[in-house]
Design a binder for this molecule. Sequence first.
Ligand code: DGL
Length: 270
Amino acid sequence: MNRDAPLGVFDSGLGGLTVVHALRQILPHENIVYLGDTARVPYGTKGAATVVRYALGCTRHLVDRGVKAVVIACNTVSAVAPERLRIDFDVPVLGVIDPGARAAVDASTTGRIGVLATTGTVASGAYARAVQQYSTRAEVISQAAPLLVPLAEEGWTEGEVPNLIIDRYLLPLKEANVDTLVLGCTHYPLLKHAIEARARLHLGPSVKIVDSAQSAALDVAAFLRERRLHSTRTEAGSLELRVTDLPAAFMTIAGRFLGESVPEAEQVDL
Ligand code: DGL
């Protein structure tokens, strides 16, 4: 495997750019090819078989681009598809759920872990399974929070509308007495300020927030170093953006997710 080959990252659409943002901070010399399946987003409301089929197409596209590893930035895909992708493809495949679950176990003192995620991720039970690997004592209480995805896409990340919706989603987690809250969806880090503030109010001032994008990027960095797959380049890594629908809308919103100026995205067919 060529260690200077690019890292492939994919998501159902825009949200995975929060993972790219974290990756570019932690691994500034890596070239990254990002694929957003904007023609078929959202994945979070679809059945597992459909999501696996879409994930196979995205991974095939990245593998054909010669990537050295594939990072699944999407929580919904990470919940249902990694095993199948590892069987079908001969490159390392890393997801976001395992690192998020590990960070949550490390952060929690009571072992009561709340997860906000898409309907698909919650239905899969993937966070509960992943947490069980690290602690048999910990308990996961999951809450589907589908309305947070369009809020993030629209840039409604502060104020009374997101606060009201976040409050509703936090209610069952408050009743379950969680001390740690996992942002189990690519889009939620964009609402982190609002979620953090409302969580402090409802779940207590010392509640810990786990950003799965950040945990996943740290996990990818550790993996590349362990396998001696990290780039030897000293110059800044490049970023190539590919989308499956019109790039214009993607480009308008991408800057918010990426936190840097956005290179021209290319439209591709899977
Ligand atoms: N990328 C999805 C996730 O992290 C959120 C958006 C969608 O539903 O496709 O679960």
